[in-house]
Design a protein around this ligand. Structure first.
Ligand code: HEC
Length: 170
């Protein structure tokens, strides 16, 4: 017979109060311990998305670094400052209505942006949108589309790494 079966069986007999009390106390202490474990597990789980994304971003950055180094042996790492300059620069080579990344993402990466049709775009700063950059295919897809629109060509691995370093640091 299991402990809970035992308790349930005797709980039915309300008269048996002296016997039931200690069991009930044991049960509630056990429940408290269970709650503590559950809360601990939840806390741990709630940290996971951020850890997973940060790790994913790191992995993508090292991929871009390898590509950048292959293209330019003098490559000396990514720069958040260069990424910010790319983010805010006005290009004349792309589509006239989207001259910069800021056209949609706004100047401040911690603020939400919007598409030309007014659809909200969540902030690109990793600190504000920790679920971003978890999917390398999504990141690549949007780099391709947005760089073509803004610059009129695909971004280089150096530019992608700089931009991701910029938003990863904000
Ligand atoms: C025409 C509007 C527009 C412009 C201009 C634009 N973006 Fe975006 N960008 C979007 C939209 C829409 C998404 C997808 C929705 C989302 O991720 O919230 C996106 C997503 C991205 C993503 C993927 C984010 C993720 O969570 O994986 C990257 C990377 C990105 N943009 C980089 C850039 C860069 C770099 C520039 C400038 C060269 C730029 N964007 C310019 C609209 C734009």
């Amino acid at each position: 017979m299991s402990a809970s079966g035992y308790v349930q069986h005797y709980s039915a007999k309300v008269s048996d109060i002296y016997f039931i009390r200690p069991i009930k106390m044991f049960k509630s202490r056990f429940k408290f311990a269970q709650t503590k474990v559950a809360v601990g597990a939840l806390l741990l789980l709630s940290c996971l998305p951020f850890a997973a994304t940060a790790a994913s971003l790191e992995a993508q950055l090292s991929q871009y670094a390898a590509t950048a180094k292959a293209a330019n042996p003098g490559f000396a790492g990514f720069s958040a400052a260069r990424g910010e300059a790319l983010h805010t620069r006005n290009f004349a080579s792309g589509k006239p209505d989207t001259p910069a990344c800021t056209s949609c993402h706004g100047k401040d990466p911690r603020s939400a942006g919007q598409t030309l049709t007014g659809k909200r775009i969540e902030a690109v700063a990793l600190s504000v949108s920790p679920s971003r950059y978890a999917d390398p295919a999504k990141v690549e897809k949007w780099f391709k589309r947005n760089c073509n629109e803004v610059i009129g060509r695909e971004c280089t691995a150096q530019e992608k790494g700089d931009w991701l370093t910029f938003v990863g640091s904000r």
